[in-house]
Design a protein around this ligand. Sequence first.
Ligand code: PGA
Ligand code: ZN
Length: 448
Amino acid sequence: MPKIEQIHAREVFDSRGKPTVEVEIRCAGSRAGRAIVPSGASTGRFEACELRDGDPNRFGGNGVLRAVGHVNHEIAAALTGMDAADQQSIDRALCDLDGTENKSRLGANAILGVSLAAAHAAAEAKQLPLWKHFAQLWQTAAADLGQLPQQTSALGQQPIMPLPMVNMISGGLHAGRNLDFQDYLILPVGATSYHEALEWIITIYHRLGRLLTEKGYEGVLVGDEGGYGPKLTSNVQAVELVIEAIEACGRKPGTDVAIGLDVASSHFYDGTHYRLAATGDERLNSGDVIDLLEKWVSAYPIVSIEDGLAEDDWEGWQELTRRLGDRAQLIGDDLFVTNRRRLEKGLELAAGNSVLIKVNQIGTVWETFETLRLALQNGFWPVVSARSGETEDHTIADLAVATAAGQIKIGSIARSERLVKYNQLLRLEEQVGHDAYQGGRIFSALKS
Ligand code: PGA
Ligand code: ZN
């Protein structure tokens, strides 16, 4: 058993230059494992609590020295001597030590840093690549988290390469509110391998950049996740430009490359109305937003819609799912916040058919597994996702492959905190094998 000998945390900085927590864990006789915690901007209200210092004299209150202190003292004292490879016990000990519902005492950033670093440390001690260690954890988790439906799909079974869902144009909180919707993405559903998918994506991204410049749009600079942030006159224009770029690269929209949206609507919902600024101060209710999305799904090859409605609008989500659930993947991000209980409610109410999986929304590896497994057991598509504030940490790429989640969403293909994950996936593809790619086949249940 790889016994934890040392736990050490420090304050480092993410892709927005914001402080975050890095943790190193070393087991007896092996090298340390290290992880860095990501951070969102368009965060859901029900996410686990990211502990910030609140000291206005340091980084506008955003310092994380309290979280770092919790790791170096209380958590280190409690976890030293434990088996780093026993992720379930480590994560349970962290939750028990914290004692709150949303990890607000020690901080979900402190807890996640330790949970992820323990996985890295265990992989080091077992001399396994991280994805293989995660795959072992995931396979043995069946004993505690239940089996998956037998072979109805490749999802959740043996490790597979994920279909990337990639941001081309950014809006919302990630690009100064130039557009209401946050991400206009592409899914290379017709590619036959991960590296082919990536080649298509990169070609389309560069073509789109040229197209925006040729058309004279201001703001071809990139947003927080590396997507272009042009000032357009309407939300739908972004969809049309992405389609134009796909076609200009000789790819067929829909069959080769489909469109995805992250509406991130909680962030323009005022409690009663969805307020669209790009087209004047348009005020829509849930039904209007559903009508709009239905119109778009009929007019454009849109296969995936995230947070089409707000995090509290359960009734709206039910209606959205009734109307579009057999034609598009409807992902709950702010709605489910990777939280098993919120996903259970979604399953009960038939709200959505897919869940975004962000490790820092829930705060431990094991709880992430729980939510992922619950999704797969109920035929929901899981999408492993990065945050808008990221770092050189590639853990989620390994996690997506090991759990056979089927999809990954890590932003655009510019900026190294994104590329570190895409490039890691290229390395993993060599180990997992090119055949281990489902691509767009995972959407065979959808009517085209
Ligand atoms: P966030 O954005 O990390 O700022 O929350 C990502 C997303 O909404 O999917
Ligand atoms: Zn989102």
